[in-house]
Design a protein around this ligand. Structure first.
Ligand code: GAR
Length: 232
């Protein structure tokens, strides 16, 4: 069920200095957000170790990208499990083997069970392609266009049991332009995703960002409901 025919032997067996925060990234697809974070870790902008990239899809293109960066990769194929609970239990075993301080959902397209979310509460960040709380769920670009919104964007938020409902950390606001279609809008939003996600990860690993009692705080100040907003 768990394919370890990846770039390393046992989870957590690699050497990393104990003093650096340990980050695990979960992906299902192309892994561009994972790469944006990995790049800033490589360049010492983010002082952390990216200890593993884990995908629920063997064919996720981001797996090769992680291997090209010599990052440990693992596949936990959700299709091999009878239930969501069993899949999440296997994910937890795999993730915990890496002793992470932070788990980053970067295009990880599985709904997580409450058990999983509670296990990592306060250590789980997600990026979502909309200005949450607008448009949780799928087809966010299409829905923002259909509604005739002036702005769209992306949000990094803490994960709670409510789908796309945890407290916001940072948002990038992207104006919708005349003639935009789903593809053009998605491209501009993704450029911003690659800016805001590394910022949020940096804040977290520096101990500046946390979630307590369902509220996100940065430097001990409660963040606004939108999260910190960047405009492009
Ligand atoms: C990103 O655009 C992210 O916002 C979205 O998936 C894409 C993954 O791209 N996430 C969601 O829709 C989560 N609900 P990537 O694999 O290139 O980072």
């Amino acid at each position: 069920m768990i394919d370890s025919s990846s770039s390393s032997s046992e989870p957590g067996s690699e050497f990393t200095p104990e003093d650096k925060p340990r980050v695990v990234v979960l992906i299902s697809g192309s892994g561009s957000n994972m790469e944006a974070i990995a790049e800033q870790i490589k360049n010492d902008v983010i002082d952390a170790d990216l200890v593993a990239v884990i995908s629920n899809k063997p064919e996720a293109a981001g797996i090769q990208k992680a291997q090209d960066r010599n990052i440990d990769t693992q596949i936990v194929d959700h299709r091999q499990f009878a239930s969501r609970e069993e899949f999440d239990a296997a994910m937890i075993r795999m993730i915990d083997g890496y002793r992470p301080d932070l788990i980053v959902l970067a295009g990880f397209m599985r709904i997580l069970t409450p058990y999983f979310v509670r296990h990592y509460l306060g250590q789980l960040l997600n990026i979502h392609p909309s200005l949450l709380p607008s448009y949780p769920g799928l087809q966010t670009h299409q829905r923002a266009l259909a509604a005739g919104d002036a702005n769209h964007g992306a949000t990094v938020h803490f994960v709670t049991e409510e789908l796309d409902g945890g407290p916001n950390v940072i948002q990038a606001v992207v104006p919708i332009l005349d003639g935009d279609d789903e593809i053009s809008l998605q491209k501009r939003v993704q450029i911003q995703e690659h800016i805001i996600y590394p910022i949020a990860v940096k804040w977290f690993v520096e101990g500046r960002l946390s979630m307590q009692n369902g509220v996100a705080t940065l430097d001990n100040k409660t963040l606004p409901l939108s999260g910190l907003q960047l405009s492009s």
